[in-house]
Design a protein around this ligand. Structure first.
Ligand SMILES: NC(=O)c1ccc[n+]([C@@H]2O[C@H](COP(=O)([O-])OP(=O)(O)OC[C@H]3O[C@@H](n4cnc5c(N)ncnc54)[C@H](OP(=O)(O)O)[C@@H]3O)[C@@H](O)[C@H]2O)c1
Length: 256
């Protein structure tokens, strides 16, 4: 993908939740393509240090999105780089409990991080994109936006707070894609399937559960974060200009 505008200027991406897992993989791919980065999360410093050691241009924007100020990411990117072309919202958390056992505090935390902060981040990024008539916003949703938890026989995994937040993210994505299409801003979602990260450690770290999940994935393996990197970067590229308002499931065939 070209990281430069027609005028030969380098593009800039804000990656919220870019310190590890799927967000980190997409950030590193964008960085290798020549995009300048602002990496936002509670502890983005180590990721940014290792990016710098690999020759990528990145700054750290520490922010706790459940308590803090979601606009801080966009502010940091604009302060450092003076422009903002791409926003990837990958921050997320899950509560795997029956709906009757989820506390109001847990529900609000999941929805604040997975949905409300995504909206506030997009709104904070849009003016800079609109000013230049070009922008890409990519929300990392989940196949759980289309499902109601899992039942793997060996273990049930209910997740009403998570599923509803990820489905909500698709509604937000579709609304913003229509509102901002006239300004050159494309808004899409990537819906990963089972991906081996810290978030899913309780699942892939449990042998019986891991085997049961793998058996249901048509291509026969979990995704690695690297499986999401090229897809995410492409959805943020010039080439994807005619795609907006879409959710792309990258799930090894799970939903098929
Ligand atoms: N792994 C999967 O199978 C899977 C499947 C479908 C969808 N997803 C979605 O993909 C996205 C990335 O997930 P992942 O698996 O890569 O998870 P992960 O490895 O746990 O990474 C989560 C990211 O979110 C950041 N984050 C968490 N809480 C935060 C907070 N309060 N404030 C700011 N940043 C916060 C983390 O950074 P800090 O700890 O530094 O804050 C980290 O960068 C999530 O939205 C997840 O729902 C994952």
């Amino acid at each position: 993908m070209s990281a430069e505008t027609e005028a030969g200027e380098r593009r800039v991406a804000l990656v919220m939740g870019g310190s590890r897992g799927i967000g980190l993989a997409i950030a590193e791919r964008l960085g290798r393509d020549g995009v300048r980065l602002a990496v936002a999360s509670r502890r983005p410093e180590d990721a940014v240090k290792s990016m710098a050691e690999s020759g990528l241009e990145a700054i750290a924007a520490p922010v706790d999105l459940t308590n803090g100020d979601p606009e801080a990411g966009a502010d940091a990117a604009l302060r450092q780089w003076g422009r903002l072309d791409i926003c990837v919202y990958a921050a997320g958390a899950n509560v795997r409990k029956p709906a009757t056992e989820i506390t109001v505090e847990e529900w609000r935390t999941v929805h604040r991080l997975n949905l409300e902060a995504a909206w506030l981040t997009a709104v904070a990024c849009a003016p800079a994109m609109r000013e230049r008539g070009w922008g890409r916003i990519l929300f990392i949703s989940s196949i759980q936006a289309f499902l109601g938890g899992y039942d793997f026989g060996v273990r049930k995994l209910p997740m009403a707070a998570y599923s509803s937040s990820k489905a909500g993210l698709l509604g937000l994505m579709r609304s913003l894609s229509r509102e901002w299409a006239p300004f050159g801003i494309r808004v899409n979602a990537l819906a990963p399937g089972f991906t081996r990260t810290e978030l899913t450690e309780p699942m892939h770290g449990d042998d019986a559960l891991n085997r049961a999940i793998t058996a249901r994935i048509p291509i026969g393996r979990w995704a690695e974060p690297a499986d999401m990197a090229g897809i995410g970067a492409w959805l943020c590229s010039e080439e994807a200009d005619y795609i907006t308002g879409q959710a792309l499931a990258a799930d090894g065939g799970y939903l098929s």
